[in-house]
Design a protein around this ligand. Structure first.
Ligand code: HEC
Ligand code: HEC
Ligand code: HEC
Ligand code: HEC
Ligand code: HEC
Ligand code: HEC
Length: 437
């Protein structure tokens, strides 16, 4: 009996330890899961998730579907889960089979009148509002469904900021986020269960103690053990506990410093305050000023160039002349001093990057690398700008070789030796010397 109680005390102690270790493990996992979400969110064009979702469909079909959806359906349906007039269409291909959807979209009323149970149920649920009929071909309807299924319509929600851009990018990533969410819930439940367990054990222990003291003849030795106070100093002194504490400490330290080391020089999301409250949303978004009106060299040279105050003055000698922010431009011009914009994107000197190669020759949109600049009041660094990021895109992006005789022989050679697309990488775009001097 006595030894049993002793064990109980040990058990309490081990329960504590166990709970700590288990919750620590779960926590660490949750954290790394979240870190993964953060890194995945900003791969160029969020390639992974998007290509997974749309893998089955050809981009031309998706584009056609998107156009049809926007022109014919978007007034009443979102591609996500929000109800507009009709239900959100996300997951609709799982709710109904294709044959049913073809009939419904072409003429929902005839389907309702035929007494089809699914159709009547949907019709009644949305207050018997008749959805219009559409004279589409099967392929046209299928392209709309493919577009809905791809999740691209959901990803187009405007991004609010660095976090927004990460979170809104694609559906595949939301799934990863959801896993992170589940882990958190499991963690909380686990902790509650452990607390209940510890309290129960303490109760049992005290009941047993009372019982033994009252109902048993105990000799002095047993009595001492039964009535022994829970002695914290014993825990400190225990070798096992000390090693464990040291071990956990070391693991945490290693984990933190590893994260720091891996993150050196990576400034994704970096969003400094600028000396003038210049907004790309007002200029490039609302007023549709071309990027290269201000970043004049972006299609011609290596650097994109930051506009001088004179370019601002082209307009602001007339516009908003009273605004204190605009007066800062005048002061800079008067003193003949450049405005001291804080640089956001900054590759280390060891790497060579050329804008014109990507914008003019490669035909890549600014937004692929810089994100939705035209929606940013304050610019932030959208992409990680790591070597892995550059190389991934070079592996995945086919070169635009059409009508360029320079490439004809290279493409022929490539097709003879490999089946894959002729990507930047196939043309040597992953050779060290292309990016490093
Ligand atoms: C004028 C508004 C309107 C337009 C335009 C419209 N719908 Fe609908 N749709 C509805 C309503 C309302 C419902 C709910 C059922 C009902 O009341 O008929 C619905 C239901 C649906 C459903 C069944 C959804 C479910 O969850 O069961 C599908 C699929 C659908 N619409 C597809 C489309 C497609 C594709 C287009 C474009 C080609 C389109 N709709 C255009 C109003 C509209
Ligand atoms: C009216 C002039 C103007 C237009 C138009 C404009 N920009 Fe800018 N851009 C600036 C100024 C000024 C800065 C520096 C201040 C800042 O970072 O907000 C800047 C900064 C940037 C930066 C960050 C540079 C750094 O420090 O690393 C990027 C990226 C950028 N612009 C991209 C774009 C893109 C893409 C467009 C078109 C969609 C665009 N800009 C249109 C004036 C402009
Ligand atoms: C092609 C014309 C054009 C150029 C070039 C231009 N702006 Fe603007 N800017 C505008 C317009 C239009 C507005 C919006 C005015 C309004 O809200 O009525 C604006 C608004 C602003 C505002 C907000 C003012 C306020 O108080 O609301 C600031 C700040 C600003 N610009 C700074 C700059 C800077 C800095 C540059 C140079 C890098 C620049 N602009 C270049 C057209 C321009
Ligand atoms: C392939 C990716 C990519 C594309 C496409 C791209 N940029 Fe950049 N941008 C970068 C990188 C990387 C840097 C950092 C360059 C450095 O530090 O040397 C950068 C830096 C900048 C800067 C800061 C000034 C500079 O040159 O370092 C501006 C402004 C800018 N980009 C604007 C634009 C505009 C405008 C477009 C579209 C016309 C565009 N970028 C397209 C990757 C890209
Ligand atoms: C969004 C995709 C994308 C990203 C991100 C990207 N590139 Fe590229 N890059 C391209 C494409 C496409 C080309 C080929 C352009 C052409 O010649 O047609 C290219 C070409 C190049 C070339 C010339 C290669 C050759 O064979 O001549 C260099 C150098 C280069 N990129 C460097 C970089 C660096 C450095 C980064 C990262 C800071 C980067 N790129 C990020 C798409 C990308
Ligand atoms: C497409 C362009 C590109 C190619 C190809 C490329 N790199 Fe890099 N590399 C970069 C960029 C950009 C950086 C700086 C960003 C960073 O630190 O992640 C970098 C950084 C580095 C660094 C410094 C790492 C650090 O953490 O500071 C080394 C070392 C390096 N590269 C070696 C190589 C070798 C070896 C190869 C050939 C196998 C290679 N790179 C090919 C773009 C490239």
């Amino acid at each position: 009996m006595i030894s049993c109680i002793l064990k109980t005390k040990h058990n309490i102690f081990f329960a504590f330890l166990l709970s700590f270790i288990v919750s620590f493990g779960a926590f660490a996992q949750g954290a790394s899961e979240q870190a993964e979400v953060a890194t995945r969110g900003v791969e160029p064009g969020a390639t992974e998730g998007a290509s997974e979702a749309g893998a089955a469909a050809d981009p031309a079909v998706l584009d056609a579907g998107e156009a049809l959806f926007k022109n014919n359906c978007a007034a009443c349906h979102s591609a996500g889960s929000d109800v507009v007039v009709g239900p959100g269409l996300q997951g609709v291909t799982e709710r109904h089979d294709e044959a049913w959807l073809l009939r419904w979209i072409k003429n929902s009323q005839s389907l309702v009148q035929s007494g089809d149970a699914e159709a009547v149920a949907v019709y009644n649920e949305y207050n018997k509002q008749a959805m219009p009929s559409f004279a589409f071909s099967d392929d046209e309807v299928k392209s709309i469904l493919a577009f809905i299924e791809s999740g691209q319509g959901v990803a187009q929600a405007p991004a609010a900021g660095p976090e927004g851009a990460v979170a809104g990018e694609n559906v595949g990533q939301d799934a990863v986020g959801a896993v992170g969410g589940y882990l958190d819930i499991i963690l909380v439940v686990l902790i509650i269960v452990l607390i209940v367990l510890v309290v129960t054990l303490l109760l049992i222990s005290s009941v047993l103690k009372n019982y033994l003291n009252k109902n048993r003849q105990l000799d002095a030795y047993d009595a001492e053990i039964v009535n022994q106070r829970f002695d914290l100093s014993k825990i400190y002194k225990s070798k096992a506990v000390r090693t464990l504490v040291v071990l956990i400490f070391v693991v945490v330290l290693l984990d933190l410093s590893l994260d720091k080391v891996m993150g050196v020089g990576i400034q994704q999301g970096y969003q400094p305050r600028q000396p003038i409250a210049f907004s790309h949303k007002i200029h490039a978004g609302d007023n549709q000023i071309n990027c290269n009106y201000c970043h004049t060299t972006v299609y011609k040279s290596r650097s994109a160039s930051i506009p001088s105050a004179n370019i601002c003055m082209n307009c602001h000698s007339q516009i908003k002349t009273e605004s204190p922010e605009i007066q800062k431009i005048y002061r800079a011009v008067e003193r003949n001093r450049p405005i001291e914009w804080v640089r956001i994107h900054n590759l280390p000197d060891l790497a060579y990057f050329n804008h014109s190669q990507h914008t003019q020759v490669g035909g890549i949109e600014c937004q692929t690398c810089h994100g939705p600049i035209q929606e940013m009041d304050v610019v932030y660094q959208y992409s990680p700008l790591t070597m892995g990021w550059c190389i991934n895109c070079h592996r995945e992006t086919p070169l635009n070789t059409e009508g360029n005789a320079y490439y004809d022989n290279l493409v022929k050679l490539h097709e003879a030796s490999s089946k894959g697309a002729f990507t930047v990488a196939s043309n040597g775009g992953t050779e060290c010397s292309k990016c490093h001097y």
